[in-house]
Design a protein around this ligand. Structure first.
Ligand code: PEP
Ligand code: MN
Length: 346
């Protein structure tokens, strides 16, 4: 049966490739059930390969003698792409929605430190009409000497805050060994920036069947973020939210550099909702509102921010935390701008 379709790969042969080397590549493609279209140019021969993406990806074509370059024609992500699903996805988290006009407003503690701090923060953000509560029980810390989070005890405190406020809970999972515990308590499983390319963890949450929030790694490209989402969706879990949270650049005046352009680029490439974390990008509380405004104006489907009753006492990320006393003003600005952008708070 003839293999039809458009080429997935272009195999550029070196100018010195022999006819036998070209024939070997064609024979290998044929053996794998893929079709090869050979174009002899003035300087080099190019072979277009048509076939199943997974079959082609498994062929070690770069290593063949006489092969100069293997160029993928189609984007490497498929299930998350707009080509597969042109309409934007809506992620429904226990009745709260994100995407396709629904704005996700996620706020809460950086870290669960105490029951009192968590409940106090949760009550303030709930009163301002946020859509979900965030909070970390398992914390990814650069220093092994820094506070690592309360673990299971933290999850229980978050569950109490969720039960009292009715807000769905977004919390981070770092270790595949904690999947069951986090799945039991979380409504959205957060994959943190540092674990964005922990592929086993991504597959694991893909199988867990709960909505997933994937944060962009500080040194990850947009394509790598989309490939991380592809891992989750490939397991059958389409409930994925992407989050831009700042990338590493040479600039030192902010903690990271918020990549505003990632928002329209992602929204062009994928049907998945895109939210922004201005807190970790800024690293400074005075910058959180301007960056959040920029994110909403650029078309983000939501924001996720960190709030604390007394940031000066916080065990993690103190300088970037919005004091609860100032959250009302912050929330008012976000609501107004989201509405100006035609979004409805989900
Ligand atoms: C967080 O959101 O709690 C966090 C640690 O953020 P990031 O993974 O983006 O650094
Ligand atoms: Mn934090």
């Amino acid at each position: 049966m003839a293999v039809t379709g458009s080429p997935e790969l272009l195999i550029v042969m070196s100018a010195h490739a022999t006819p036998d080397q070209i024939e070997d590549v064609v024979a290998r493609l044929d053996e794998a059930g893929c079709a090869a279209y050979v174009t002899e140019g003035k300087d080099a021969t190019v072979i277009g390969a048509i076939g199943e993406r997974e079959l082609l990806a498994a062929l070690p074509l770069e290593g063949f003698p006489g092969v100069e370059q293997v160029l993928p024609i189609l984007k490497p992500y498929k299930l998350v792409s707009r080509e597969i699903s042109p309409d934007p996805s809506v992620i429904d988290v226990r009745g709260r929605r994100i995407g396709h006009g629904w704005f996700g407003f996620i706020a809460g503690p950086c870290t669960v430190e105490t029951r009192a701090q968590t409940l106090e923060t949760a009550r303030v953000v709930a009163a301002e009409g946020v859509t979900m509560l965030r909070g970390g029980a398992f914390k990814p810390r650069t220093s092994p000497y820094a506070f690592q989070g309360l673990g299971l005890e933290g999850l229980k405190i978050l569950a109490e805050a969720r039960d009292e406020t009715g807000l769905p809970l977004v919390t981070e999972l770092m270790d595949p060994r904690d999947v069951d515990a986090v799945v039991e308590y979380a409504d959205v499983i957060q994959i943190g920036a540092r674990n964005m390319q922990n592929f086993n963890l991504l597959s694991e949450v893909g199988r867990a069947g709960k909505p997933v929030l994937i944060k962009r790694g500080p040194s990850a490209s947009i394509e790598e973020l989309l490939m991380a989402a592809e891992y989750v969706v490939k397991e059958g879990n389409t409930q994925v939210i992407l989050c831009e949270r700042g990338i590493k650049t040479f600039e030192r005046s902010t903690r990271y550099t918020l990549d505003i352009s990632a928002i329209p680029v992602l929204k062009h490439e994928t049907h998945l909702p895109v939210i922004v974390d201005p807190s970790h990008a800024a690293g400074k509380r005075d910058l959180v509102l301007p960056l959040a405004r920029a994110a909403v104006a650029a078309g983000a489907d939501g924001v996720i921010v960190e709030v604390h009753p007394r940031p000066e006492e916080a065990l993690c990320d103190g300088p970037q935390l919005i004091p609860t006393a100032e959250f009302g003003e912050f929330a008012g600005e976000i609501r107004a701008l989201a509405s100006l952008m035609g979004k409805t708070i989900g």
